[in-house]
Design a protein around this ligand. Sequence first.
Ligand code: CA
Length: 185
Amino acid sequence: MKVNRAVLTGMALTAVTALLFIGGCTSMSTRADLHVVNVNDGKTYFSDLINEADSLHPFIPVDQVLVKFSNVQHDGGLPVQPGTGFDEIIVDHYSVTYNNGIFSALDGGLNVTIPSGGEATAAIVISNPSEKGALLGSITTTVTATARIDFTGWVRTTGNDGERVSATAYLTVQVDNFGDSDVNQ
Ligand SMILES: [Ca+2]
């Protein structure tokens, strides 16, 4: 394509406009909001330090919970047409901190896409299993903690990275060597 001076000027102006637009945005999206509907179905999570249901094969269970997200139009309007990528939210990172430090803070990645006006569920690990072995010999009673979980992601706009979004959720976690009625628990 032959590019003349007028086209180049137009492209330059477009670039300047785009820069001004980005500069005027905050870190939060004006298009779509990330919400956490619930964590672990809204119930307390029981972190079992060791599973000894099979005495020959004890193991340390991984603390994994399900998180349900929703994608809500920021202005309260109707969601964007289903099936289009526009205004999807992609959650790509989370971090967990415990109010009493029963487990160390943890950072993790995830890759969950929430359609505009829709919901999606993802599984996250909320503690480092290697810390459970040490706790097994040190805690003498059930410890109750509040886990704060921060999620961050972005809104897909024109097919590439868009505005950042975030959401915070809280989960009650109880830690102890609970009974093991089933090796799959
Ligand atoms: Ca147990």
